[in-house]
Design a binder for this molecule. Structure first.
Ligand code: ADP
Ligand code: MG
Length: 245
């Protein structure tokens, strides 16, 4: 059992954004989280990564209770999420950004006191760029990347830290139909090749039903349903609350 949450609860003021949620994401699985706006999907990720403290419940990663670890400590455990674009260095190139991330990752092993680049950093950064198809813009400044490539850089920065679980909050947001499919295909290929446990939040149901092996539906902070695409598609509660007719 790779990632598991037990009775997770988080309120903001009077609103329970996440209300007694228990879910398991098995090692190596590819899971979509769906649900209406305000269902608590992003909050759910924020509790797993430690961006917010939980009110109740536990986050268990590979058998270890990480509920009260810091965000950085959870990254070290292998819980990764795509960074917000703002967290990259806009005037540095794609490769330089990835080298910085790779260096910080290696640095945690305690040999970051030198100014000179560590051996292998450039190669590793290029490898990470290739994982998401960014090698074609390796020397382009981050600030002038297309929206889609910025999203890929977010994902690549997370990959530089060698996660075992990767959480992607709406990786196709703000993209046109064609670009969405390109993006999700890259995400799927990444999952396949890197043997990650991947969980993504997505609104486009065509994408969800065709890409995810397994789906979890959140509604008003609670788990409304979980199952395969076929099971979710025909689940009456999900149709009523979210899918419509
Ligand atoms: P989703 O990602 O499914 O659209 P969110 O997790 O963003 O939903 O939000 C769930 C609920 O929690 C909403 O009512 C939202 O207003 C509230 N919420 C989320 N983050 C915060 C926050 N940092 N402060 C206050 N309320 C928040
Ligand atoms: Mg959200």
């Amino acid at each position: 059992m790779s990632l598991e949450v037990r009775n997770l609860t988080k309120a903001f003021g009077g609103v329970k954004a996440i209300d007694d949620v228990s879910l398991v994401f098995p090692t190596g699985s590819l899971t979509a989280i769906i649900g209406p706006n305000g269902a608590g999907k992003s909050t759910f990720f924020n509790l797993i990564t430690g961006a917010f403290p939980v009110d109740h419940g536990q986050v268990i990663f590979e058998g270890r209770d990480v509920t009260h670890l810091s965000r950085a400590a959870r990254v070290r455990e292998g819980i990764g999420r795509a960074f917000q674009v703002a967290s990259c260095f806009p005037t540095m190139t794609v490769l330089e950004n990835l080298m910085a991330a790779v260096t910080s990752h290696i640095g945690r092993w305690g040999n970051l006191s030198h100014r000179a680049p560590l051996p292998g950093v450039r190669e590793r950064a290029m490898e990470v760029a290739e994982m998401v198809g960014l090698e074609r813009v390796a020397d382009v400044e981050a600030s002038i990347l297309s929206h889609g490539d910025q999203k890929l850089l977010d994902i690549a920065l997370a990959l530089a830290l060698e996660p075992r679980v990767l959480l992607l909050d709406e990786p196709t947001a703000g993209m046109g139909p064609e670009e969405r499919w390109r993006m999700i295909e890259r995400v799927r290929a990444l999952w396949e090749r890197q043997k990650l446990t991947l969980v993504f939040i997505e609104h486009d149901m065509d994408i969800v039903f065709s890409v995810a092996a397994s789906i979890r539906v959140l509604c008003y902070g609670r788990v409304l349903a979980e199952g395969t695409p076929d099971e979710i598609r025909s689940n009456q509660a999900v149709i009523d609350a979210y899918l419509g007719t």
